[in-house]
Write a protein that binds this ligand. Structure first.
Ligand SMILES: [Zn+2]
Ligand SMILES: [Zn+2]
Length: 826
């Protein structure tokens, strides 16, 4: 959101590293050969000034002879409308390119202005190879590029070069160096440079250098240092002027200490009123900006109202201020934009990108479409990177992914911002596969994701959501490589990703490597991770350490903890933790916690106690709770209580197939065949069909999907014959088919056949022929695993001496040597 600051910086002398175009005009008009060129050049200039660039290009191409002025006019026009690649193309072909360094510093500055510091540095290198020798302007521009990209090493090399070329003492270069060192957080070097200027040359310490030093301190968070410098500057008879004041105000609004900013702002505000600079446009805009950025847009609005400036920069600042404060000033943001529009202000790319970001975050798609229309009408729809990125981001945030993709198609060279918007948009709207596909595409297009912790955390979360371990590992490696694993959000996502892929030991390794850098989410991620992977005791242990280290558990911590207690059979501990939720940690138990408590009691066979808990009103009687009770009744064969739970569920969630299936299992186990028929009839009459079971396996870059009895997989024949062999071998070892789990009524044989080719058995069959013996066979299933498959898998691990990890919709089952980590309760 530094767009306004960026724009303002271009207007201030310290950052104006290219000479004004007037210089070109005066300089070259004088040397034009003929009056004909002079006239055509004037026409060319007028076309460019009125933004008719296409016409200007036609005229330019038709000119029989062109001079340096013609070339530079068109190059400048392209830069001004953000068409950098066209300007660069023209620059490269200009026969006058190397006659001075001015054109080089101009084109470099243009790239920096559009955030392409890397390309500016490339240009500098090229100039050194094939162009004129560097001077203070090109050195200044390259320092600014290093500052923008935070390339401290390259910047130091430019510093050395400045000395070698005898420009090291130049005031312009020193200003560039101070700016560069401050931005790269090397403020001490900047201070040394400033104080090393000999007193005999004290005039060099002009406004520009003072401003650079004050900004440097502010940018490095040293508000007091900046304020002291501001006072020292006045004491040295360098009085703040219309250039210094806005610069200082802008720098101050980046200090995070709001009270400090407001205190300082009030002092400068008073000075501005006293000194009569209040009427200056730049000063007005900077004041508005400072108030808006320091979280006081209301005062900013008052200043704007008094000054009634027509300059869009001030209005943009206020708009950004409102947008940044989120929902609190939602109405004000929109009405300010409407006012700007009605007032006929010259809205620019910053106005549009800000209002698009606002509309995206409040999720108002209709307003978004209105802005889209205005943007197109105003001609900001193409070639304006901020606007294009904001458009993609807006559509992605409001969930119109198609429109987001359409908008992204119109961007010629998508940068990391645009890609991130698309990926985050897909992830937010649960299109995780799409999110990862776009991420891969982005990596292929060679866009660097340096230092982008948000993107890293997003893609890891998508890997976790659909449990793609192979890709997750690759992304983990990339993240280590680019150094963002030190961000706690990224490390947390990695902990969760490994846990959700069934590799909780990897989660633990990352957790341990985080040392003192953990927050409550990190602890919770591991507690939940152990719980889901059937290692409840370790969950509880981590929870205890979490409390000892002074971290506070939250709502989700308890979901993991109670789930862990229930799956590890820790009934008494679970009850204690449940009771401390509200009494100690002030967290009101929700349906998930109550469901876990019913699970906990039910698993231990204390069904009556569970029923009592529901009846006494401790838990809300919602579907989660009844489902837990029903599952417990299935394990402990409690037909009557099961009937009660099912009746409630048939009412609360009549279209959910699970209770019908469970109830029919319970009846068939109890031999109540007529009841089985009744439930199935009820299910049919209500038009409910069981969600189709689907299992998948990730192998390298591919995902293999299996559905019950399907024959779509390219290696179907091999898979089926492996399953036949598998069933024969485990039957020899004592496995007995459990027909209760068959949902089709096709007679005993039909039921056995359908059980045999359940999706998870097909997946395991495929795993046996395709996964190497040292590795676990990892299967994912969209529903809960069926009892027959669960039993079969235990035998498979024994007979074949393999490990199987199955993640179903509830938890992980780690099968090994004939037993499952869930201890047959799921
Ligand atoms: Zn099954
Ligand atoms: Zn299990």
């Amino acid at each position: 959101m530094n767009v306004v600051a960026m724009k303002r910086q271009q207007q201030l002398p310290i950052f104006r590293l290219c000479l004004p175009m007037q210089f070109f005009y005066a300089h070259y008009v004088h040397y034009s050969h003929t009056s004909q060129i002079l006239t055509t050049n004037l026409n060319l200039k007028s076309l460019c000034q009125t933004n008719r660039i296409e016409n200007a290009r036609v005229l330019f191409d038709q000119m029989p002879t062109k001079d340096e002025y013609s070339w530079n006019t068109l190059i400048t026009a392209y830069v001004r409308s953000g068409r950098l690649s066209e300007s660069l193309h023209l620059f490269n072909n200009s026969p006058h390119r190397d006659s001075t360094t001015i054109s080089w510093s101009f084109i470099m500055s243009a790239h920096i202005r559009y955030g392409r510091g890397d390309e500016a540095l490339q240009l500098f290198l090229r100039m050194r190879r094939e162009g004129p020798k560097p001077d203070m302007y090109t050195l200044g521009a390259s320092l600014r590029a290093c500052a923008v990209c935070c390339y401290s090493e390259t910047g130091r090399q430019v510093h050395a070069l400045a000395f070698k070329t005898l420009f090291g003492d130049d005031g312009f270069v020193i200003a560039g160096l101070i700016d560069f060192y401050s931005k790269c957080r090397c403020i001490n070097e900047a201070v040394t440079l400033f104080s090393d200027i000999p007193d005999s040359e004290h005039r060099k310490r002009n406004h520009v250098l003072w401003a650079a030093m004050i900004i440097g301190h502010a940018q490095n968070g040293n508000a007091i240092g900046a304020l002291t410098l501001f006072k020292t500057m006045k004491a040295n008879d360098v009085l703040p002027n219309q250039f210094i004041l806005p610069t200082v105000l802008t720098a101050f609004s980046s200090v995070e200490h709001l009270t400090m900013v407001r205190g300082f702002g009030a002092q400068v505000h008073a000075y501005i009123v006293r000194s009569g600079y209040y009427k200056n446009n730049f000063v007005q805009c900077a004041l508005v900006d400072m108030y808006a950025k320091s979280g006081d847009p209301i005062t900013g609005g008052k200043v704007l109202q008094i000054t009634d400036t027509e300059d869009v920069v001030g209005w943009n600042s206020l708009l950004i201020g409102y947008v940044k404060s989120g929902r609190e000033h939602e109405e004000e943001a929109w009405s300010l934009f409407t006012k700007m529009h009605c007032k006929g202000l010259e809205l620019d790319e910053y106005t549009y990108s800000t209002v698009l970001s606002h509309v995206g975050s409040i999720g108002h798609v209709e307003k978004g479409r209105v802005i889209h229309g205005l943007v197109t009408k105003a001609g900001y729809d193409k070639n304006y990177r901020h606007v294009s990125n904001a458009m993609v981001d807006m559509y992605a945030k409001v969930g119109r992914l198609d429109s987001a993709f359409q908008a992204s198609d119109e961007i010629r060279h998508m940068d990391v911002v645009g890609w991130t918007s698309l990926i985050a948009g897909c992830a937010r709207h649960l299109s995780h596969e799409k999110a990862l596909k776009i991420f891969r595409e982005m990596m292929r297009s060679q866009i660097g994701i340096e230092n982008d912790e948000f993107l890293a955390a997003t893609v890891l979360s998508s890997c976790a959501a659909i449990a793609v371990l192979y890709l997750g590992r690759q992304i983990h490696a990339i993240i280590i490589h680019i150094g963002v694993l030190s961000f706690v959000t990224v490390a947390n996502s990695a902990v969760t990703m490994y846990a959700k892929c069934g590799c909780v030991d990897d989660s633990r390794r990352i957790f341990d490597s985080m040392e003192n850098n953990k927050d409550a989410i990190t602890w919770t991620a591991l507690i939940v991770g152990y719980a889901q992977n059937g290692r409840g005791n370790e969950s509880v242990e981590i929870y205890r350490t979490m409390l000892q280290t002074g971290h506070r558990p939250d709502y989700i911590t308890f979901i993991g903890l109670l789930f862990a207690c229930s799956h590890a059979g820790l009934v008494e501990e679970g009850k204690v933790y449940f009771s401390t939720m509200e009494s100690v940690h002030n967290i009101k138990p929700g349906a998930e916690h109550c469901g876990s408590m019913i699970d906990l009691l039910g698993r231990a066979g204390r069904i009556q106690e569970a029923v009592h808990m529901i009846e006494s009103g401790v838990t809300p009687p919602d579907a989660t709770v009844w489902k837990s009770l029903l599952a417990a009744c299935r394990v402990h064969r409690e037909v009557e209580i099961a009937e009660k739970a099912a009746e409630n569920l048939f009412e609360l969630e009549p279209n959910d197939a699970v209770p019908y299936v469970l109830m029919s299992n319970i009846y068939s186990t109890a031999g109540k065949w007529s009841e089985v028929g009744r439930v199935r009839k009820l299910m049919r009459s209500r038009g409910i069909s069981k969600e189709l079971g689907c299992s998948w396996m990730e192998m390298g870059k591919e995902v293999h999907v299996f559905r019950a009895e399907d024959r779509i997989h390219p290696r179907t024949a091999e898979v089926y014959s492996k399953v036949e062999e598998m069933m024969e071998r485990i039957t020899e070892a004592g496995y007995v088919v459990d027909n209760d789990w068959a949902t089709h009524e096709k007679g005993r044989e039909g039921r056995e056949r359908s059980l045999k080719y359940h999706s998870e058995k097909l997946a395991v069959g495929f795993g046996l022929i395709s996964v190497s013996k040292e590795e676990a066979i990892r299967v994912f299933k969209n529903l809960r695993v069926c009892g027959d498959c669960h039993n079969a898998m235990k035998f498979v691990t024994k007979v074949y001496e393999r490990r199987i990890v199955l993640r179903d919709s509830n938890c992980f089952h780690h099968f090994n040597d004939g037993v499952c980590s869930c201890r047959d309760y799921w």
